[in-house]
Ligand binder design. Structure first.
Ligand SMILES: Nc1ncnc2c1ncn2[C@@H]1O[C@H](COP(=O)(O)OP(=O)(O)OP(=O)(O)O)[C@@H](O)[C@H]1O
Ligand SMILES: Nc1nc2c(ncn2[C@@H]2O[C@H](COP(=O)(O)O)[C@@H](O)[C@H]2O)c(=O)[nH]1
Length: 204
C-alpha cells in the first residue's frame, strides 16, 4: 500500500509572515508539499485571486459546506469564516504527497484531533511590536482590524506551546530553512517519541 503523505500545519499570528514564508518555500521548488487553498467569507484584498489565494465564499455558501461536512476544520476569525476543504487534503495525502495548511490556532487544534500524527509548526514574530509593524506596513487592514488582529495575536502566542515546533520568523530565508529542516527530519523519523510537543529547533 502506498505510504500516506505528511500533513504539515503552519500557524502563527496574522502578519507574522506565514504567507511570505510559505510562498518563498514553494517558489524554490524541490519541495514535495502541496498547498491546500482555504475557503473564506472575507472579501478579497487587492490582487487576491479566487482559487489561488482563497476560494472566496458567501456566508451562506460557507455554512452549507459546514453542514455537508466538507471542511476538515473551520474557525471564525475576526468576523469571518475560514476553513480547509476536506476532500483535497484527504485525496492528496492518500496519493502519498505532503499537504501544507496555513491556518490559525483554533483550526489547528481541530486538525490535531483528527490528525494527531500531523506536523504542527508555529511561526513566531521576533516581538509584538515587530508584528504590529509588519501588519501595519502590509497596508491591507484598517486600524480597527489591526487592533482586533493584534488582540487575537496575544491569545494565539499563548497557545504556541501546543505546537511541535516554534520557528521564529526573524528573516524569511532563515525561517524557510528551519521549516524545511523540520520537515526533512520528520520524514527521516522512523518512530514517534512521545510526548513530541514543544521541541524548539535550533538550526544555527
Ligand atoms: N521576516 C520578515 N521580516 C520583515 N518583514 C516580513 C518578514 N516576513 C514577512 N514580512 C512582511 O510582513 C507582512 C505580513 O506578512 P504576511 O502577509 O506573509 O503575513 P501572514 O502571517 O501570512 O498574515 P495573515 O495571517 O494576515 O495572512 C508583509 O508585508 C511581509 O512582507
Ligand atoms: N482556521 C483556519 N484559518 C485560516 C484558514 N485560512 C487562513 N486562515 C488564517 O486566518 C487568518 C486570517 O487570514 P487573512 O488572510 O484574512 O489575513 C490567518 O491567521 C490565516 O492563516 C483556514 O482554512 N482555516
Amino acid at each position: 500500500m502506498k505510504e500516506k503523505g505528511l500533513l504539515i500545519v503552519l500557524s502563527g499570528p496574522s502578519g507574522v509572515g506565514k504567507g511570505t514564508v510559505r510562498k518563498a518555500i514553494f517558489s524554490k521548488g524541490g519541495t514535495k508539499f502541496e498547498y491546500s487553498i482555504s475557503m473564506t467569507t472575507r472579501k478579497p484584498r487587492e490582487g487576491e485571486v479566487d482559487g489561488v489565494d482563497y476560494f472566496f465564499k458567501s456566508k451562506e455558501e460557507f455554512e452549507a459546506l459546514i453542514k455537508q461536512d466538507k471542511l476538515l476544520e473551520y474557525a471564525e476569525y475576526v468576523g469571518n469564516y475560514y476553513g480547509t476543504p476536506i476532500d483535497y487534503v484527504k485525496e492528496t495525502l492518500d496519493s502519498g504527497k505532503d499537504v501544507f495548511l496555513e491556518i490559525e490556532v483554533q483550526g489547528a487544534k481541530q486538525v490535531r484531533e483528527k490528525f494527531p500524527d500531523g506536523l504542527f509548526i508555529f511561526l513566531a514574530p521576533p516581538s509584538l511590536s515587530e508584528l504590529q509593524t509588519r501588519i501595519t506596513t502590509r497596508g491591507t487592514e484598517s486600524d480597527d482590524l489591526i487592533n482586533n488582529r493584534m488582540k487575537e495575536a496575544r491569545k494565539e502566542i499563548e497557545l504556541m506551546r501546543l505546537y511541535d515546533y516554534v520557528v521564529e520568523n526573524d528573516q524569511v530565508e532563515a525561517a524557510c530553512e528551519r521549516i524545511n529542516a523540520i520537515v526533512q527530519a520528520e520524514h527521516c523519523r522512523t518512530e514517534r517519541v512521545a510526548p513530541r510537543y514543544i521541541k524548539m529547533l535550533e538550526v544555527e
